[in-house]
Design a protein. Structure first.
Length: 406
């Protein structure tokens, strides 16, 4: 509860605006990468999401390639995806196996668990330690972690509060990186599959923003179709199709069943909710043709239709378990979607004869779901305009930073 309250303080709807300069800058960097290396779009998306979170949370500017923080995070998120699936390892069903030494044949889960613990510890500890060092030297860049450290009480509880601060900073990455990246990758897949959607979005951008600049957050209210694409992206492919296994901290009982302290399993209410999310987001009575990517379903009379259920109510969870980073994630997806469509055309791949290859929405299975590797063609709507827009936008964002924005 303390962790959640601390985390929420920095990612509420009325506070995430201070991260917008970072989101704009890293999105412009994404456009440059797509311009120069369009074939590596899957990697570029993950790198961009990671860069946004690292800069906002730790004030760390990641490297263009071979960045130690991103490499650690990639391995950590992969381990979470594997370990988070209930029943993935025999020890989930037979807890007594946890006492078997790692060297015993068949106990590979012990070795994997040791490695995963090490990687996750590095993910949380390494950047936080850097922020502490920078603060002591007086050179720390404004960030969530720096603020948390500066506000630590100078009393006997300081060490305890520092652990909470470190964990809250770590949760920002583990909870936001893969989910946002998966959503953006799903958006790119949808654009390659539904050219008519892409065309409508570009027409709206050209009419509202024009071709002389890139969109920013001030344009969002005037871009209903772009906002509908963001909503449809969250609805079309659920990023977290499985519930997270829960750990029982005390003896409990549910529907007549005794649950001993230390049990690991699906919270029945949460499992039921996750199952209902899949049903809700693809309910044909609520969303006609649910398998199709149709942003129009969220529109009415030239604006967003308030009578159509917002998919974020299901995609980001509910109650105390709702995703605290949902506002930051929504802003990130919006600025990437609007910026990419302003500069680029996204088309399906072609075979050696020049025939269009029909794409299918093939998703991975597990704790996190993301598009399986696919090909698409990303080309500038105008070579000269693309280069100029990205360059000019970089100068604008640099000015925003120099004037004191986050």
């Amino acid at each position: 509860r303390i962790h959640r309250r601390t985390f929420n303080e920095y990612f509420r709807a009325n506070t995430v605006h201070k991260y917008q300069p970072v989101q704009l800058r890293e999105t412009r960097a994404l456009l440059r990468r797509l311009l120069n290396e369009p074939q590596d779009f899957m990697y570029h998306v993950r790198h961009t999401i990671s860069a946004i979170i690292m800069r906002c949370v730790y004030g760390i500017q990641v490297r263009e390639s071979n960045d130690i923080y991103i490499e650690t995070a990639e391995e950590a998120m992969d381990s979470l995806a594997q370990a988070g699936v209930p029943g993935a390892f025999l020890v989930d069903l037979l807890p007594i196996l946890r006492y078997i030494p790692a060297w015993v044949p068949g106990a590979s889960f012990q070795r994997k668990a040791a490695r995963w613990r090490s990687v996750l510890a590095a993910l949380v500890d390494r950047p936080f330690k850097v922020v502490k060092q920078e603060l002591s030297k007086g050179t720390a860049v404004p960030s969530v972690a720096a603020t948390l450290l500066e506000q630590l009480p100078d009393d006997d509880h300081r060490a305890e509060h520092e652990i909470i601060a470190k964990n809250c900073a770590g949760v920002a990455y583990t909870g936001g990186a893969d989910t946002s990246a998966s959503a953006v990758q799903s958006f790119l897949l949808a654009m390659a599959m539904y050219p008519e959607v892409q065309k409508k979005a570009q027409e709206e951008l050209d009419a509202v923003v024009g071709r002389e600049r890139l969109p920013d957050f001030s344009d969002r209210i005037a871009l209903p179709y772009i906002n509908a694409i963001v909503k449809e992206t969250l609805r079309w492919q659920l990023v977290t199709p499985l519930g997270v296994a829960h750990y029982s901290t005390k003896d409990d009982e549910y529907d007549g069943f005794f649950i001993p302290k230390g049990s690991i399993g699906e919270n029945p209410a949460w499992f039921a909710f996750r199952h209902s999310c899949l049903s809700i987001l693809h309910d044909p009575e609520m969303y006609a043709e649910p398998e199709a990517f149709r942003p129009e379903r969220f529109l009415n009379n030239g604006g967003l239709n308030p009578e159509i259920q917002d998919p974020s109510t299901a995609a980001f969870g509910f109650g105390r378990r709702i995703c605290s980073g949902r506002h930051l994630s929504s802003n990130t997806i919006y600025v990437i979607v609007s910026s990419v469509l302003s500069v680029f055309d996204i088309d399906p791949p072609r075979d050696e004869l020049g025939n269009t290859i029909q794409l299918q929405p093939r998703m991975s299975s597990g704790l996190l779901s993301y598009p399986l590797p696919f090909r698409c063609t990303i080309t500038p709507r105008s070579d000269a305009a693309a280069a100029a827009l990205i360059r000019d936008s970089d100068e604008t964002v640099a000015h925003m930073h120099s004037t004191g924005s986050y």
